[in-house]
Design a protein around this ligand. Sequence first.
Ligand SMILES: [Zn+2]
Length: 262
Amino acid sequence: MRKFGFKVYSSNLYDAPELIKDCAKYASSVSDSFIELMIVPSCTTADLKKIKEQIGDVEVRIHAPHDSMGFDPGNKELEKQNKELVVLSQKAADFFNAKTIVVHAGLGHGMQHIDETVRQFKLFNDSRILVENLPYLDYGTTPMHGSTADEISYIMQGSGCGFCFDFSHAICAALTLNIAIDVQLKNFFNLKPTVYHMCDGDTNQANDLHMHFGAGNFPLSHFLNDFTDKDAYITIETSMGIEQDANPRIQDYLYLKSVQKA
Ligand SMILES: [Zn+2]
């Protein structure tokens, strides 16, 4: 059975005080959902306890801080800081008994950056870690690696990590690198991801738009039915910025259920 995940940030405790509770309340009323908790660097043990009170028994998967929060495993100079951010995420995964921790590949193009990512992932030394594929250029400027299946496969083989497949990032990279979208998606799917990230977007522009389902032109039924495993964990990543209300996400959950073929 596929499971569909509500994405919340540990900081939502403060900037969207009802959101975690409302997502968890809905998630606990259905049998095929989970919560993906993004850990922000300021997250404390007291925060984890508060979140646990709000989430109750709903299954949790963890996402580690990414480049906008100071994480870049492609940069040797950030090794200590990267390690601290992963340790914080591991603590959260222990606390929630989470089976996976999503970690982004790093910044920079070229083998020296990719090899540095492999080296640091190896040092993280945690079988729960999944590397997430990234756009080739973040919002048209910042160079990122892990944007093709070959690069992700190289990081997986070199470090022993698993894979989190982000559809929107894959499409952004395919558009920039002039790879046919279905070829790119199939190549990523062949790497046997265990967690997936999905939103709607625009197949004509290489920007990760995090649109609610139905607002863009992604063929979501095709993506879901042809490029996700039947036991997939699929995180709904459909909001840009801070939304207070859980209802649009609940509608997105229902949307995916409605296009899912038996
Ligand atoms: Zn991510």
